[in-house]
Structure formats: structure tokens, C-alpha cells
Design a protein around this ligand. Structure first.
Ligand SMILES: [Zn+2]
Length: 108
């Protein structure tokens, strides 16, 4: 029973690393975060496809959802700059940057 050796077939494409817009970590499972919560966008007559999205890790996304209301996110915090200007976000980002990516961060 000879095992097939396949080591040389690995070819890693150089890809720009995607990082979370808030914490800047190269999280393996970044999601498209809608800067305006979808339900709020609908209320304001914004089409889903027109809501800007940013790459965000699940930890940061969960934090935002938990910390701010949809109305706040839609009206006051609909840019990355506005989010990062908030003290709560700065504190969270500082903390989450120290957490290993392999460990699921529980924010709920
Ligand atoms: Zn993040």
C-alpha cells in the first residue's frame, strides 16, 4: 500500500490579506457587514444593494449589534470612521486584538 505523495501540488495564490475594518485582524471568516442595518435601510428607502458593506470579523460585528441599536447604527454610525470614533468601539478593538483568532470570541 504505497501512499501517493502530493506535496508539490500546493500552490498558494498571492492574495491581499483581508482584514477586519475595525480591529484590523486577518480573521479567516470575515463577513460583509452592512453599514446601515438592512431593516433601517428599507425604512429609509435605500435598496439593499446600495447599502455599503465592509469586511468585518464576527466578533466586531457581534459587538456592534449588541452595543448599538439599529437606529444608532443607521443614523450616526454608518461609516467606519464614525464607529472608530466611539470610545466603546475603541475599547473593544483594543481588547479583541489581544484575543487569539482561533478562539471564538463570545460577545453575547
Ligand atoms: Zn474585527
Amino acid at each position: 500500500m504505497a501512499r501517493k505523495r502530493n506535496e508539490s501540488s500546493w500552490h498558494v495564490e498571492p492574495k491581499p490579506p483581508e482584514v477586519c475594518v475595525l480591529c484590523g485582524r486577518e480573521a479567516p471568516n470575515l463577513t460583509d457587514h452592512h453599514l446601515v442595518p438592512k431593516s433601517q435601510g428599507r425604512r429609509q428607502g435605500v435598496k439593499l444593494g446600495e447599502i455599503p458593506t465592509v469586511k468585518m470579523c464576527p466578533a466586531c460585528q457581534g459587538f456592534l449589534t449588541k452595543t448599538f441599536s439599529n437606529a444608532e447604527l443607521a443614523n450616526d454610525l454608518n461609516t467606519v470612521e464614525a464607529l472608530l470614533a466611539r470610545e466603546e468601539v475603541q475599547k473593544f478593538v483594543k481588547w479583541v486584538q489581544k484575543q487569539p483568532l482561533s478562539k471564538g470570541v463570545r460577545v453575547h
